[in-house]
Design a protein around this ligand. Structure first.
Ligand code: RNT
Ligand code: ZN
Length: 417
């Protein structure tokens, strides 16, 4: 049977559940996911020694990591050629591209330092998202936007303002809104004497950053909380409560990273609650193993549940989905492709779910049948719909994409020594 014939058969099966697969494929092709540039080089960036700090860690030394903009862009291209649909690229401020001999510190970054990225995105029809980089810098010594030294705090406020201007430039140039997400590593290794003052300083810093004149329709600013990081186990300044309140009061977005909560707490459950109170929500989809380890996103239960909540809430336009992981122990291009395709598979899986039928069972308190049905749905021919989606988007089906990775590794990555 051809892929198309399998699809036609699956289409009939889903039709019996009241799900229109043609409509689902249309919806799926409109779902743009923000692919994080930092999986390509272990969050090193282009500023200097590439030493990572701020309580995040990339472990592994698989050969072939991108060492400069040309290599990173080539690797992104290779990954995108194996992922169905048109997506977005998520950049960090430490990926500025300077002219030879030029350098600008983080507080002095300008749109021109990202012109090459804009050109890259334009040529490919991609959107760009952005993040100020509050780590891997001599002035990020545990605290940044909450620093007690006013000159250091000002440096980081200026960095935030510079990044806001760059985000606006991205949106204007590409004619697509840009998400600018603020995550800071600030916190304390051991019990702090004062939790209030650092948080008050963070609040003031954010106020100052957001006080510049920027187009709110073009730039969505988000704040990302974290429960703890390596070296800041006792207290993080930017906690969930801090940012949830800050975002609500200031009409900006919360970004939920599913590696940033207590291990038994799930982001999927938070999505509908957040959507009842905010127009938009941003996500960093990752896979924590025992801690915020940033493993490659797999097609696992929580990913399916996250996608289910987004689709069930009819919120594909309101939830800005980005990936955030960095595994340096395997082929990095493959890591991107696996994670991106899994995110799409999870959305597809959710779109093929007959939510009305399931909700009726819940409302009838028919939990026995609900459980039975949810389990049986897992074995519906969802892969036939996925393969057809790949076919119509002209990317390889099933594991066929991996031979491209092997060729690229032999011809390109293995020569980077
Ligand atoms: C760190 C946060 C943050 C970073 C990226 C590189 O714990 O998740 O989002 O991973 O900004
Ligand atoms: Zn994150």
């Amino acid at each position: 049977m051809t892929t198309k014939q399998r699809y036609e058969s699956a289409k009939e099966i889903y039709q019996n559940l009241g799900v229109d697969t043609d409509e689902v494929l249309n919806r799926l092709s409109r779902a743009a996911i923000s692919m994080h540039c930092w999986q390509g080089d272990d969050v090193a960036g282009f500023e200097g020694d590439g030493q990572l700090s701020g309580g995040i860690q990339a472990t592994g030394n698989y050969p072939g990591k991108a060492r400069n903009p040309e290599e990173l862009m080539a690797d992104i291209d290779k990954a995108l050629s194996l992922i169905p649909g048109t997506h977005r690229i998520n950049l960090h401020a430490n990926y500025a591209i300077f002219a030879p001999g030029e350098f600008a510190d983080r507080d002095k970054l300008e749109p021109k330092h990202f012109a090459k990225w804009v050109e890259f995105a334009k040529e490919r029809g991609l959107g760009l998202d952005f993040n100020p980089t509050y780590f891997s810098h001599p002035k990020a010594d545990g605290l940044t936007l909450s620093h007690e030294d006013e000159s250091i705090r000002k440096f980081w406020i200026d960095h935030g303002k510079a990044c806001l201007r760059i985000s606006e430039y991205f949106a204007k140039e590409l004619n697509k809104p840009c998400l600018m997400n603020i995550w800071i590593p600030d916190g304390f290794k051991d019990i702090p004497a004062d939790r209030l003052s650092p948080r008050a300083r963070l609040k003031d810093s954010l106020d100052q950053i957001l006080s510049i004149d920027y187009d709110k329709a073009l730039v969505n600013v988000a704040v990302e909380s974290k429960v703890f990081g390596i070296g800041v186990e006792a207290c993080t300044v930017g906690s969930h409560e801090f940012y949830m309140n800050y975002a609500a009061k200031n009409n900006i977005l919360c970004l939920l990273d599913n590696g940033h909560y207590h291990p038994t707490e799930v982001v999927s459950d938070k999505i509908p609650s957040m959507l009842l109170f905010s127009e938009k929500l941003a996500l960093h989809v990752t896979r924590p193993i025992r801690w915020d380890s940033d493993h490659v996103v797999l097609f696992d239960d929580e990913l399916k549940e996250i996608a289910k909540e987004i689709v069930r809430c009819d919120a594909l336009e309101r939830v800005l989905i980005g990936l955030d992981y960095f595994d340096a122990s395997i082929n990095r291009v493959s890591a991107w492709v696996v994670g991106m395709r899994n995110m799409q598979k999870a959305l597809l899986y959710a779109m093929l779910t007959p939510f009305k039928k399931l909700a009726d069972l819940q409302n009838e308190r028919n939990f026995t049948e609900l459980m039975m049905f949810q389990e049986e749905l897992k074995f519906y021919p969802f892969s036939d719909v996925w393969n057809y989606f790949c076919e119509i988007n002209q990317v390889p089906q099933k594991e066929d994409w991996f031979k491209t990775i092997k060729e690229y590794e032999a011809e390109v990555l293995s020569k980077r020594i």
